[in-house]
Write a protein that binds this ligand. Structure first.
Ligand code: ZN
Length: 140
C-alpha cells in the first residue's frame, strides 16, 4: 500500500522515486507515477499536463511507439494462443471466426493500450529521461 505525506507526495525522503512494482501498479490503474493518486489521462490516452494531486509535470513525456509495441506483443500472444486452442474443435463458418477473433483482438487492444501507455510514461518519468523532442539539436 502506498503512503503519502500531507501534500500528496509519496512518503519517504524527498526525491524518492517509486520502485518498479509500485510503478507497475500505478500504471495498471492509469494513475500518476509520482503519487499514484492523480489521474494520468484526460481522455483515452491523452496524458494530463501535470498531476492534479502532486503537480508533477507529465504532459511533456512522449511514449511514442512503445505502448503500441507492448500492446501488440501481449494481445498477439493471447489471440493467437486462443485461436490455436479453439479452432481445431469448432466448425464455424469463416465469417464467424473472423468476427470472433478480430472482435477479441479489438477488445483486448482497448483494454491493454491505456495501461501500456501509462507504464511507458512511468518508466520514462522514473528514468529521468527528458521524454520530449523539445531540446534544440546540437550544432557543430
Ligand atoms: Zn501525482
Amino acid at each position: 500500500m502506498d503512503t503519502y505525506d500531507e501534500r500528496g507526495r509519496p512518503a519517504g525522503a524527498a526525491g524518492n522515486r517509486p520502485d518498479v512494482w509500485q510503478l507497475a501498479r500505478r500504471a495498471l490503474a492509469c494513475r500518476c507515477p509520482n503519487c499514484g493518486r492523480g489521474r494520468l489521462f484526460t481522455g483515452y490516452v491523452t496524458p494530463v499536463s501535470a498531476c492534479a494531486v502532486c503537480g508533477e509535470p507529465l504532459g511533456h513525456i512522449r511514449a511514442d511507439d512503445g505502448p503500441a509495441w507492448l500492446t501488440i506483443l501481449i494481445v498477439g500472444h493471447i489471440v493467437v494462443a486462443a485461436i490455436l486452442a479453439v479452432e481445431p474443435y469448432v466448425d464455424w463458418p469463416q465469417w464467424v471466426s473472423s468476427v470472433v477473433w478480430l472482435g477479441l483482438a479489438l477488445v483486448l487492444v482497448l483494454i491493454v493500450l491505456r495501461p501500456a501507455k501509462a507504464l511507458f510514461i512511468g518508466i520514462l518519468w522514473r528514468s529521468g529521461a527528458p521524454g520530449s523532442e523539445g531540446a534544440a539539436p546540437r550544432t557543430p
